[in-house]
Design a protein around this ligand. Structure first.
Ligand code: PBG
Length: 328
């Protein structure tokens, strides 16, 4: 009798068999749609480097969120593009700031049918483009910035955010925000911490989307993480959890799947991966040239992010993916 040969292909024979043994499933329940809302425009403005994504008017944002509710997408995260910027980024906490106004619109429209998240940072609102306030030497002042984040968190919670998502990578930001929210009676507002956020060149298209350029050719390497590090991410995640984060994020996702996998092994709280603007744009750019099957590659990206351990994915492909999953 000869040795029975292991035949792994047996279980790949039919679609039903493959479905039965699939280890990873991307579901509409995993998706968080990042949306941009711009102050002072009458028509949505397309973003050239993010095909299919627009800067919304207040009205078109409401329509898009209604469509996402119908598709079953469980969450959106809002980014604001203000009409005017200043040194501190006051639009981030002004009760009439664009994101606060949009949150109130959406809460009135959709009630609790979708989770409303707000990106919490000041870079979209500062005239110098940094994620905080600058000191006399032009460096981002960590602790002075925390005070601004506290105001923004309270303003977003007051306007109806279920979740605030601090993305500025200041030390102590989660503690400061949690404390400010609790003090103002918003103990039910959750914090999704952009815990392991890298200083990535993959954010390029996003900066077009929010009209941000960093003054004097600057960068964010003084506060965002060095792409060469992974253990440091685990330290960031542990600290954010100790400070009171309810959920943590790794960003970017696809180029940092090892970080996601390490984070998954380390923590049991909900873990998000941000499939960032550059990751999305590359797929579209190649697909436009006919070099790739865009929808297939997009789904492969999202599958990889889940397989690495993410529970949820922020992706500009949320709307299209929800449709594709419905049709499949
Ligand atoms: C900061 C913020 C950025 C992104 C999300 N929040 C930009 C940055 O740190 O420069 C990038 C998202 C993307 O590229 O899709 N408010």
């Amino acid at each position: 009798m000869s040795f029975p040969q292991r035949r792994l292909r047996r279980l790949r024979r039919t679609p039903a068999l493959r479905r039965l043994v699939a280890e990873t499933h991307v579901s509409v329940d995993d998706l968080i749609a990042p949306l941009f809302v711009r102050e002072g425009i009458d028509e949505p403005v397309p973003i050239a480097s993010l095909p299919g994504v627009v800067q919304h008017t207040r009205t078109s944002l409401r329509e898009e969120v209604a469509a996402l509710v119908d598709l079953g997408v469980p969450a959106v995260v809002l980014f604001g593009v203000p009409a005017a910027k200043d040194a501190e980024g006051s639009g981030a906490w002004d009760p009439d700031g664009i994101v606060q106004v949009a949150l109130r619109d959406l809460r009135a429209d959709v009630g609790d049918d979708i989770v409303l998240m707000a990106d919490l940072c000041v870079d979209e609102y500062t005239d110098h483009g940094h994620c905080g306030v600058l000191d006399a030497d032009g460096a981002v002042d960590n602790d002075a910035t925390l005070e601004l984040y506290e105001r923004a968190a309270v303003a977003q919670a007051e306007a109806g955010a279920d979740v605030v998502a601090p993305s500025g990578m200041m030390d102590g930001q989660v503690f400061a925000i949690r404390d400010a929210l609790d003090e103002e009676g918003f103990d039910q507002t959750s914090v999704l911490a952009y815990a392991a956020k890298y200083a990535s060149a993959l954010y390029g298209p996003f900066r077009d989307a929010v009209d941000v350029s960093i003054a004097d050719g600057g960068d964010r390497k003084g506060y965002q993480q060095d792409p060469r590090n992974v253990r440091e991410s685990l330290e960031e995640i542990r600290l954010d959890l100790a400070e009171g984060a309810d959920m943590v994020m790794v960003k970017p996702a696809l180029a940092y799947l090892d970080v996601l996998a390490r984070a998954r092994a380390e923590v049991d709280v909900p873990l998000a991966g941000y499939h960032v603007s550059g990751e999305y744009a590359m797929v579209h750019a190649a697909a436009e040239r006919g070099w790739l099957d865009g929808p297939a590659v997009m789904l492969e990206h999202l599958t990889a992010i889940k397989r690495a351990g993410a529970d949820m994915i922020l992706t500009y492909a949320a709307h299209d993916t929800a449709i594709a999953l419905k049709e499949s």
